[in-house]
Design a protein around this ligand. Structure first.
Ligand SMILES: C[S@@+](CC[C@H](N)C(=O)[O-])C[C@H]1O[C@@H](n2cnc3c(N)ncnc32)[C@H](O)[C@@H]1O
Length: 225
């Protein structure tokens, strides 16, 4: 539990520089890579989209511009700094159908069954401890509509040897800490696929996303219910 609070604080501090909201125009939200393209494609026909652990990402703004019939794009994140930034940016830009809330697993539990057509969760499930991650995975499947799409992105995979080079200390169960605080868990692709197929989803696509041109690639898994 202490760990969970510390992880949230770590991320809230990381977003503390994002204070000034931005007014976003349509031509500033372009599809620049395969990840944006997935967000656009799956947003186009979705009425309700959830970005869980949205941080300060613009996924829901891209969805807003991609789908004039979008009813709700909801971003949830425990970081007040991140949510204030996105909420104020959204207000300043005049977006009526996107909304942002400070929240976590407890907020997710309040969502009714099969409420969202499209759920996005990027670099979150590997950045929280396993007990909450497993519970969160179950909630994602519960709130996803039949026929709905779940886009999961997790960080690149590092072997235990590579983790040493990044000064990540093993703390068991594929998890690694930095300065004593849980930072990340490196599960292989098969782990993520099995987790969600066991929960009843079907894998429709695996892909990679290059955050940096020559850096290790994040992993994308697209599931359908
Ligand atoms: C690596 S960041 C990813 C943010 C964003 N999705 C992105 O792709 O840039 C991890 C995010 O998980 C959020 N987070 C931390 N603990 C969480 C929890 N228990 N439940 C949900 N989100 C959490 C953090 O606030 C942070 O925004």
């Amino acid at each position: 539990m202490e760990n969970e609070k510390d992880i949230k604080k770590y991320w809230d501090d990381a977003y503390s520089g994002h204070k000034t909201p931005i007014k976003i125009a349509k031509d500033e939200i372009a599809v620049e890579n395969n990840l944006d393209q997935y967000i656009k494609d799956y947003s186009m026909h979705a009425k309700k989209i959830l970005d869980y652990g949205c941080g300060i990402t613009y996924n829901l703004f891209l969805a807003h511009f991609s789908n004039p019939n979008l009813e709700l794009g909801l971003g949830i994140d425990p970081s007040k700094n991140a949510i204030d930034f996105l909420r104020n940016t959204s207000e300043k830009s005049g977006f009526k159908n996107v909304s942002f809330e400070v929240g976590d697993f407890a907020r997710m539990q309040k969502i009714k069954n099969e409420d969202f057509d499209f759920v996005i969760c990027m670099n979150v499930l590997d950045c929280i401890t396993k007990d909450i991650m497993i519970k969160t995975a179950g909630e994602i499947v519960r709130i996803l509509k039949k026929g709905g799409v779940f886009l999961l992105k997790v960080n690149f995979y590092l072997t235990p040897e590579e983790c040493k080079r990044y000064h990540l200390d093993p703390i068991g169960d594929e998890a690694y800490a930095q300065k004593g605080l849980f930072r990340i868990a490196f599960y292989k692709d098969e782990y993520w696929i099995k987790l969600f197929t066991d929960l009843g989803l079907k894998l429709v696509k695996s892909d990679e996303y290059a955050r940096l041109e020559n850096g290790p690639k994040d992993r994308i898994f697209i599931f359908k219910k």
